[in-house]
Design a protein around this ligand. Structure first.
Ligand code: ZN
Length: 418
């Protein structure tokens, strides 16, 4: 068994936040916990598992497309990034966009969705110092901040940015996380609701007409190839790719009130229309390379990597560091699709030319199926209020039986990359 350094430091301080008692889990949620989800039909997964011949991703990643030569659409897109896309032309388009919105009256002219992580801070810093924009960075707080995540957010703010940090009602969010773990199979979805919709609300309130997001994940990491050249997503596309086709409004019928959901909702259609907001991916304009973003932020914004070493479930030390619940997002992916965080990290490091495929396979086989540490599990249980029996039911509800032998802690993946 692989030991995880963080196990030695139980996050007692974080657990102490959650002393308020949650509304008990509903009868409907209990009923759902006893029902297994048909993962294959829900995500339209291919029956036979194949791995990309260039990277390590499998065809079980939702929406990813493999061509006849056995290569995934993300690897194909990365070849295009090197060979076909003219980045000088794309930069000219970015300058044109900035010229259209740049203001000289002191008002913020671009809103950058920012976690304080390497990618979003890279975008904000470049917009400010290379393209002479005046960004407002907007942060939707993680579910349970890690010390390093909060430290990196502070470092980014002190590198010269105005920031709005929005932290929603913790008691409501804990219920939302519990519900989305059961209903969507991803505890992280409430965070995504906020991350997607808060920038729209703030842009409307502040009269900012340009929002810059980081990367188009469908293109960069594998997904629907029809949107790989998009500068942004339509509202239908963002609902599909970001919100799991589960609009926030669905939660009204699951015991959540408008008052509780207010901050998670997008602005109403009339407000949105009247404010003429454009939302763009920076990765459309710039040759996106995660490791370069990391080095850039170390140098320019005092960004620090994970002081505990690698993050759980992977070998990486510098990505997605800010949330104690984060490993569960990837663990649910492992249950449903048989691939998780190390696969994703290794795949893009191959595309970036940082790993060869054999090295990547070894890393995936070592770390991808690592269960969340005892510390992370105890934070998750305290946060959501699941008891141990409910927690076991939850994992089995989302375990894809086509990809796993057995269940519980003895379960083994049937397929691994080779
Ligand atoms: Zn690939």
């Amino acid at each position: 068994m692989i030991s995880y350094a963080g196990d030695k430091q139980i996050g007692q301080m974080n657990i102490d936040y959650f002393s308020a008692e949650l509304t008990p889990i509903s009868d409907n949620e209990i009923e759902l916990l006893h029902e297994k989800v048909d993962i294959d039909s829900r995500y339209a997964l291919p029956n036979k598992v194949n791995y990309c011949k260039e990277c390590v991703i499998s065809n079980q990643r939702p929406r990813i497309l493999f061509s006849e030569d056995g290569t995934c659409n993300s690897c194909k897109y990365w070849h295009k990034k090197s060979n076909k896309i003219n980045w000088k032309d794309r930069e000219a388009e970015l300058r044109e966009l900035c010229d259209k919105y740049r203001r000289s009256d002191g008002h913020h002219d671009v809103l950058v969705t920012s976690s304080g992580g390497k990618d979003s801070v890279f975008v904000a810093h470049l917009l400010k110092y290379k393209y002479d924009m005046n960004p407002l960075t907007v942060t939707w707080a993680p579910l349970v901040y890690t010390d390093i995540g909060f430290r990196n957010l502070q470092a980014s703010i002190h590198a010269g940015f105005d920031n709005i940090l929005c932290t929603p009602n913790g008691l409501v969010q804990r219920r939302l996380v519990r519900h989305s773990s059961i209903a969507i199979g991803d505890p992280f979805q409430p965070f995504v609701f906020g991350q997607v919709n808060l920038p729209l609300r703030v842009a409307c309130e502040k009269g900012i007409h340009l929002i810059m997001d980081g990367e188009n994940g469908e293109a960069e990491y594998g997904g629907d190839p029809s949107v790989e050249s998009n500068t942004s997503f339509s509202s239908d596309e963002s609902s599909k790719f970001w919100l799991s086709d589960f609009p926030v409004e669905n939660l009204y019928s699951h015991g959540f009130s408008h008052e509780e959901l207010e901050l998670y909702l997008p602005p109403d259609q009339t407000t949105l229309k009247n404010n003429h907001i454009e939302r763009h991916f920076f990765s459309y304009y710039y040759n996106w390379r995660p490791q370069d973003n990391y080095y850039y932020c170390m140098e320019n914004t005092n960004f620090a990597c994970n002081p505990e070493g690698r993050s759980e479930g992977t070998f990486s030390k510098y990505a997605s560091l800010d949330d104690h619940i984060d490993p569960f997002h990837y663990y649910f992916s492992l249950l449903k699709f048989g691939i998780a965080r190390a696969t994703s990290d290794a795949a893009h490091e191959i595309r970036e030319g940082l790993l060869d495929r054999n090295e990547a396979i070894a890393l995936v086989r070592r770390y991808d199926a690592e269960a969340p540490s005892e510390r992370t599990k105890s934070i998750f249980l305290k946060y959501t209020g699941f008891n141990k029996e409910q927690y076991s039911l939850l994992l089995e509800r989302w375990r894809n039986v086509r990809l796993w032998d057995g269940n519980g802690s003895d379960a083994q993946l049937k397929y691994q990359v080779e």
